[in-house]
Design a protein around this ligand. Structure first.
Ligand code: IDP
Ligand code: MG
Length: 150
């Protein structure tokens, strides 16, 4: 038996945490984000509308606590419900980041979720529709926060 290690041949199924942030839910784009995840070929493992608390956000955005945009980011993330999603598939962590596009919606490439649907300007610079875990390790940590029962 050979060990399959290259990305092209690995069969390891990953999970990632996707959030449709409050701007996306408010604008009625939850279905559009789910559609793109499914159209790419990933599976939806869990979907739940969640009202984020300051405690949850402090853990979720631990790497950003103390930065100048942290407080406005928390305020934005508490401005309405968030659709929390666990998506599953080979290389889904990298794949969803690619679907999401760059953080800045204005600069994000057309064809990506942020590039097509977000503008991220001025005081709304954090409003970029989606979050996607940035590594398999972050995904495991974030899924445990948003879906303690999984
Ligand atoms: P990512 O979501 O593309 O991984 P991060 O740098 O991890 O980007 O930032 C987390 C979130 O914080 C972003 O998606 C965005 O909503 C917000 N954010 C990041 N940088 C800034 C900034 O400079 N000003 C305001 N909000 C920001
Ligand atoms: Mg990030």
């Amino acid at each position: 038996m050979t060990t399959q290690t290259t990305p092209e041949t690995t069969e390891t199924v990953e999970r990632t945490l996707v959030l449709v942030k409050p701007d996306g839910v408010r604008r009625g784009l939850s279905g559009e984000v789910l559609r793109r995840i499914e159209a790419k070929g990933y599976t939806l493992t869990a979907v739940e509308l969640v009202r984020a608390t300051p405690e949850l956000l402090e853990k979720h955005y631990a790497e950003h606590v103390g930065k100048p945009f942290y407080e406005p980011l928390v305020e934005f993330m508490m401005s309405g419900p968030t659709l929390a999603v666990v998506a599953e598939g080979q290389r889904v962590v990298e794949g969803f980041r690619s679907l999401a596009g760059a953080t800045d919606g204005t600069a994000a490439a057309p064809g990506t979720i942020r590039g097509d649907l977000a503008r991220s300007w001025s005081t709304k610079v954090m409003q970029n529709i989606v979050h996607g875990s940035d590594s398999v390790e972050s995904a495991a940590r974030e899924i445990a926060l948003w879906f303690p029962s999984l």
